[in-house]
Design a protein around this ligand. Structure first.
Ligand SMILES: [Fe+2]
Length: 217
């Protein structure tokens, strides 16, 4: 099971309910979060909405609540490194603060010790021995990378792209898969959703016997 871009506390209000239902229905043996677990809006280095009501204190409180709820559904979770979850550290780098002087991210957000962060993940599906590469984002997109690497590729990051495409070169079929997101239309970071032509598509991916199944929220 792969889902991504929750951007807590600016996640969609039905996120936990949806993920819990999918988990109960499909009983996945491995669960991966594709990154952008939290948004980290209020301390990002980018210009912010001057009317944004959340301070960092409020944002992290909401984020911790989400992490607690998510960890009750998924006590074991592998999370991919991503641009938003890295915002605290990128800001530290900007001001010359070494990473090891800062509270570990898992501690900051109240994550259980069973959650693991990795830059990317390569897995083999037991049933069909197909190989999968999971990463938050990749140059050229998922299908192009799947062709180049001759392996299946599943990514997050693209909030408005939700689907799987395959390519067969005569010997092997590969999948390129975009997992959509689970963000809200409310709150400063994403209120622009409503005026964008491409709207966020919410859902997750279930890889069953090596084939991606898109589950829309
Ligand atoms: Fe994202």
């Amino acid at each position: 099971m792969f889902f991504s871009d929750t951007h807590a506390p600016y996640h969609h209000k039905d996120t936990i309910k949806f993920l819990k239902k999918v988990k109960e229905q499909f009983e996945p043996d491995r669960v991966i979060h594709g990154g952008d677990l939290l948004d980290v809006y209020s301390i990002s280095q980018y210009p912010k909405d001057p009317s944004h009501p959340d301070t960092w204190t409020q944002e992290i409180k909401g984020a911790r609540k989400f992490v607690k709820e998510l960890s009750q559904v998924f006590p074991d979770l592998t999370i991919l490194q991503s641009n938003h979850d890295d915002r605290v550290y990128r800001k530290a780098v900007l001001y010359g603060i070494p990473r090891d002087t800062i509270l570990p991210y898992s501690e900051l957000i109240g994550a259980p010790s069973t959650w693991k962060w990795v830059p990317s993940l390569n897995l083999t599906v037991d049933s069909d021995r197909s190989n999968w590469h999971f990463v938050h984002t990749i140059t050229g997109g998922s299908l192009r990378s799947a062709k180049d690497k001759a392996t299946n590729v599943c990514i997050g990051h693209l909030h408005t792209s939700f689907g799987a495409h395959s390519f067969h070169n005569g010997k092997k079929l590969v999948w390129g898969c975009d997992s959509g997101c689970l963000i809200s239309d409310e709150g400063s970071p994403y209120k622009y959703n409503k005026i964008s032509v491409g709207r966020p598509i919410r859902g997750c991916v279930m890889i069953i016997n090596g084939t991606p199944n898109m589950v829309r929220m």
